[in-house]
Design a protein around this ligand. Sequence first.
Ligand SMILES: [Zn+2]
Length: 110
Amino acid sequence: MDEVLTSTLQRAVFGRLDYLERLADEGDQQSKAVLADSEIARLTGAFRALLAVHAPDELGRCRSCTAGPWRRRVRCTVWKAAYRHLVGDTADRTTPAGRHSLRKPARQPT
Ligand SMILES: [Zn+2]
């Protein structure tokens, strides 16, 4: 995609997002109801399409995002961003994570 087309698409998409945010923030109740009826399905459809493009392969690497001179598939951040924005960053943090998470706790002195 050339630069002009890319910037035109970006302006159009950001313009639409700005419009929707303004309507959600400043619109009257009727406008917000119409917005919810029409735009939520549209936005969820867009999100699903984006996530499908970035679906991980069998090794957990993105089918679309590549890096390096050999254009290796990488673990992209689209799914992490989707999780953070849609589900939240409120995962149970009391559960230890990482490779030592399954280790039995040290025995307490008696
Ligand atoms: Zn990706």
